[in-house]
Design a protein around this ligand. Structure first.
Ligand SMILES: Cc1cc2nc3c(=O)[nH]c(=O)nc-3n(C[C@H](O)[C@H](O)[C@H](O)COP(=O)(O)OP(=O)(O)OC[C@H]3O[C@@H](n4cnc5c(N)ncnc54)[C@H](O)[C@@H]3O)c2cc1C
Length: 276
């Protein structure tokens, strides 16, 4: 394990008593890696609002830094204000600030269209109370009209007051390094923390990737597909691949990493223990 790297771990808010117990055990295991914070996702249109809050407050009560995700699509300013007040009242100081995925059908988009508007609103309402993270896309957001326009839109979030960014996951480190370089050229100086997705299950990974625009390189897809139902071998190979990815990032100077845990600790603990 490389003790100079700072880790953060993302969870989704569990739905069942079993899921809550499992997540507690996951936290005990990941806490051994001395993370900077644990973050908790927020379902589309506020669908997990209460569960996100409960999970965040439980993490905080255990003595860890907890960062709720907050997404603005389909929300009113009043709803966001109420959430911010609830978090401020409990002493939460860090938020992952997102737009969320646009709902299909005739659902209203609410008072905010893009994440930069949410960042501005939070700064206007709460000043510097919160450390604000935003999302970044080294392989570009699937709705972006072009790579350069996506970068301009990313810059709007930083100019609106974001302190740092976490990237969508990627398996191609060049995409990340080139994105960071392009940001520097645009005068964007905030930390851009790589988001790392461990490989647990090919079908699930392929589904996520087709939605979020993160590419699974052909060689990797074909190797993963070939494991079929042999999950033990697939996961061992996945640990190898993701360890290499993280090591390349570290060797190039990366000091922070954010893991998408899917509420599991074992694979991540192995990857982190492999890192030099
Ligand atoms: C680290 C991380 C955590 C996440 N957590 C969650 C979560 O908890 N809950 C959840 O629902 N989703 C989550 N997501 C997914 C995220 O909500 C989606 O990717 C969503 O589609 C975009 O969110 P955003 O905040 O990046 O949006 P934005 O930054 O608003 O960008 C969305 C799209 O609009 C474009 N755009 C942005 N601003 C403008 C503008 N002013 N004018 C025109 N176009 C613009 C961008 O180029 C981009 O294509 C997460 C993503 C990441 C990377």
């Amino acid at each position: 394990m490389n003790k100079n790297i700072s880790y953060s771990f993302e969870f989704f808010p569990p739905k069942t008593a079993e899921g809550i117990t499992n997540l507690r055990q996951t936290r005990v295991a990941l806490a051994k890696l001395n993370p900077e914070f644990f973050s908790v996702t927020f379902g589309a249109g506020g669908s997990t609002r209460d569960r996100t809050m409960d999970t965040v407050f439980e993490i905080q009560a255990e003595g860890y830094v907890a960062a709720p995700h907050i997404s603005c699509i389909s929300s009113s300013k009043e709803e966001i204000k109420a959430l911010l007040s609830a978090y401020q009242a409990k002493g939460i100081k860090r938020l992952v600030t997102l737009r969320g995925d646009v709902p299909s059908g005739e659902v209203s988009v609410g008072d905010f269209k893009y994440a930069n508007e949410l960042v501005s609103f939070i700064r206007q309402e709460t000043g510097d109370w919160f450390h604000l993270e935003v999302a970044a896309y080294p392989e570009f957001h699937p709705e972006a009209s072009s790579a350069s326009q996506d970068l301009i839109n990313f810059k709007r979030k930083i100019e609106a007051g974001a302190d740092s960014a976490i990237t969508q996951y990627f398996y191609n480190t060049d995409a990340y390094f080139r994105f960071v370089d392009a940001c520097l050229e645009q005068g964007i100086q905030v930390p851009i923390v790589p988001g790392v997705m461990p490989i647990y299950n090919f079908t699930q990974l392929a589904r996520f990737s087709s939605v979020c625009g993160a590419e699974i390189p052909r060689w990797l897809r074909l190797r993963l597909e070939a494991y079929g139902d042999d999950m033990t071998s697939l996961r061992a190979f996945g640990v190898d691949v993701v360890t290499d990815l993280c090591q390349k990032l570290i060797d190039s100077g990366v000091k922070n990493m954010h893991f998408y845990t899917l509420n599991q600790a074992g694979t991540i603990s192995k990857i982190v223990s492999n890192l030099a």
